[in-house]
Design a binder for this molecule. Structure first.
Ligand code: IMP
Length: 207
């Protein structure tokens, strides 16, 4: 797993970031590092399962680009499917509630399943998904995440394949969103939100 430090002096990522006023994005992991790391993970997965067909399950929507790039880097037979769970909505903090909002198209029974997630944060989503998948009797169950924020974990889950271990900051890009924006950024960056306005001074009346 690669560790990524929070500091990066490079300016904001991408050509058309769709920023709202006062928001800015600072590159944390460049597209070329992401590409190289995905190639390494793909090789590792094939080493672990040298000749078996692999079934990747992407967690919508954040994992779409990760799954698309990972699937194309793994040699041999690879199929994929998607599942969706409820997520943060418009906030940068988890509600702690996980709910299946879109199920798989096909059964995973007897398959080597690799759950592909964008980011492992509190671990609530993955804990829920692992429970769902284990009940469906796959031949093997593994987890690949592009990003891991270990400091935020509140559940005892771990991923088998981790792209980058990152500090506790809210990140966007390469599939990750804030209120559905920024998914199309090519790099992963730290989102800075505008400072909330100062509360008005309390009115003071003469006694
Ligand atoms: P967890 O259940 O807290 O582990 O959160 C997993 C989900 O929360 C991810 O699949 C993301 O959709 C979302 N999430 C967590 N951290 C971030 C972040 O820094 N940026 C964008 N989405 C995040």
């Amino acid at each position: 797993m690669k560790k990524v430090k929070k500091s990066s002096n490079r300016a904001s990522t991408n050509s058309s970031p769709g920023q709202a006023p006062g928001e800015s994005v600072r590159v944390l992991i460049s597209r070329s590092r992401i590409r190289r790391r995905i190639q390494e993970i793909a090789r590792q997965i094939r080493t672990d399962f040298p000749s078996e067909p692999l079934h990747l399950v992407g967690v919508l929507k954040g994992a779409v680009f990760f799954l698309a790039d990972l699937a194309r880097e793994i040699p041999g037979e690879v199929s994929f499917d998607f599942i969706a769970v409820s997520s943060y909505g418009k906030n940068t903090h988890s509600s702690g509630q996980v709910r299946l909002t879109r199920d798989l198209d096909s059964s995973v029974e007897g398959k080597i399943v690799i759950v592909v997630e964008d980011i492992l944060d509190t671990g609530m989503t993955l804990q829920y998904l692992l429970r769902v998948f284990q009940q469906r009797k796959p031949k093997a169950l593994r987890v690949a995440v592009l990003l891991d924020k270990p400091d935020r974990r509140i559940t005892p889950v771990r991923a088998d394949y981790v792209g980058f271990s990152i500090p506790n900051a809210f990140v966007v890009g390469y599939g990750l969103d804030y209120a559905e924006r920024y998914r199309n950024l090519l790099d992963v960056g730290i989102l800075k939100l505008p400072e909330p306005p100062e509360p008005p001074e309390p009115e003071v009346h003469p006694a």
